[in-house]
Design a protein around this ligand. Structure first.
Ligand code: F6R
Ligand code: MG
Ligand code: MG
Length: 373
């Protein structure tokens, strides 16, 4: 039996610089310090701290399995400490996503977003970690479909005998809180029927059908459902495994060659174009966006992230590449088109999603002024 390794990506908006814009250095320093300590104590084997816009991202590799209370506590304590610092510095939205006060063994349902995957290490295990800001988990439905089910996007579905039999998708109904597993190619149309409704149905896991090898996990949270009101979008993360009988790195990235529309952006209330960017541009500006996504490549090896001569994890900043210039240009063009429509639908989200924003407060005030028509 091969070695079991767990990849935990836990993220939280604990406060940011110049509005809901970017995680500043003092918060990174706290995350680095705490994860270094967790590593020295033998709790985790490797870590990588980064940001997607105003979200602080903690990638931890360890051997304690998914939903481990000690691992979740490291993340929770780190977010608490960073939020305290953010408050001291009067950073914007200090502690924004920390919706509960007492830690109860798992950060799920407490505000932070989580994607975790326990894998049996293969001969070599490349992974891609995606993190997006100013959007929500349904924004990953389209690329996940392209990567694991669309033979016009992933050549391996057609060419590689190891992918014969296709992939299974776990889809969560975020309204009824139920889940279903659909197998592609057999149930491809049913899958699209569901996950095309990106605001309700979200892909949470993908397995290779022939042997149930775990291939992808996404974070699915509805902060509004936890808090009962709009608290910022659920800025999603996901982990995808690559190569050798799974989609190749390039097949995982090719769906991002074009920009596409996701919900979120300003006040979590608009459709906006997703813009793939390198880490240096993982910060939202125009109309608090456009929503951004980063993709970081790693090798998981012997319970750790493979590191270089300096002992630091080796990271490939995958969207920091001219091959994504076209998507970035498209994102700016779509952004400009949508903003020309201002607050008129469909630039603004439909009325159901607006329920969770501050718009109902405005409408409430008008109620008494309405007269029978
Ligand atoms: C989106 C987001 C921002 C804020 C906006 C208003 O997820 O966080 O777009 O909604 O900047 O923020 P407040 O109400 O804090 O001024
Ligand atoms: Mg924020
Ligand atoms: Mg955010």
């Amino acid at each position: 039996m091969s070695r079991k390794t767990t990849i935990s990506l836990i993220k939280c908006d604990v406060g940011s610089l110049a509005g809901h814009h970017v995680v500043p250095e003092p918060l990174f320093d706290i995350a680095e310090k705490n994860l270094k300590k967790a590593k020295e104590e033998g709790l985790i084997n490797s870590y990588y701290v980064f940001n997607a816009g105003d979200d602080l991202q903690l990638l931890m590799v360890h051997e304690r399995g998914e939903s481990n209370p000690e691992i979740h506590k490291v993340a929770w304590d780190t977010f608490q400490e960073a939020a305290k610092k953010a408050l001291e510095l009067k950073l914007y939205g200090a502690g924004q996503d920390l919706l509960k006060t007492a830690f109860s063994g798992n950060v799920r349902g407490m505000g932070p977003g989580v994607a975790e995957m326990e894998i049996e290490e293969r001969g070599s295990d490349p992974i891609v970690v995606f993190a997006a800001d100013k959007t929500s988990a349904g924004g990953f439905n389209l690329p996940l479909f392209r990567i694991f089910a669309d033979p016009m996007s992933t050549a391996g579905l057609v060419i590689d005998p190891d992918m014969a039999g296709g992939f299974k998708f776990e889809v969560l109904d975020t309204i009824e809180n139920k889940k279903i597993v659909l197998k592609c190619p057999e149930e491809i149309y049913e899958l699209i029927a569901l996950i095309g409704t990106v605001q309700r149905y979200v892909v949470s896991r993908v397995w290779r059908a022939r042997d149930d090898l775990i291939c992808a996990v996404g974070s699915v949270t509805r902060l509004s459902k936890i808090a009962g009101k709009y608290i910022g979008k659920d800025d999603p993360v996901m982990i995808v495994r690559a190569q050798h009988g799974l989609p190749a790195l390039g097949e995982i990235l090719v769906p991002f060659m074009h920009s596409y529309l996701v919900e979120g952006w300003m006040r979590g209330s608009h459709w906006g174009p997703l813009m793939p960017v390198g880490i240096k541009n993982a910060k939202c500006t125009v109309f608090d966006g456009p929503p951004r996504i980063v993709a970081l490549g790693f090798q998981v090896a012997n319970g750790k992230i493979a590191s270089g001569n300096d002992g630091k994890p080796m990271m490939a900043d995958l969207f920091d590449d001219p091959a994504f210039d076209m998507a970035r240009r498209e994102a700016v063009e779509y952004a400009s088109m949508l903003r020309r429509m201002g607050e008129f639908e469909p630039a603004r989200l439909g009325v159901e999603e607006m329920e969770y924003t501050t718009l109902p407060q405005i409408l409430e005030k008008l109620k008494e002024h309405f007269k029978p028509a």
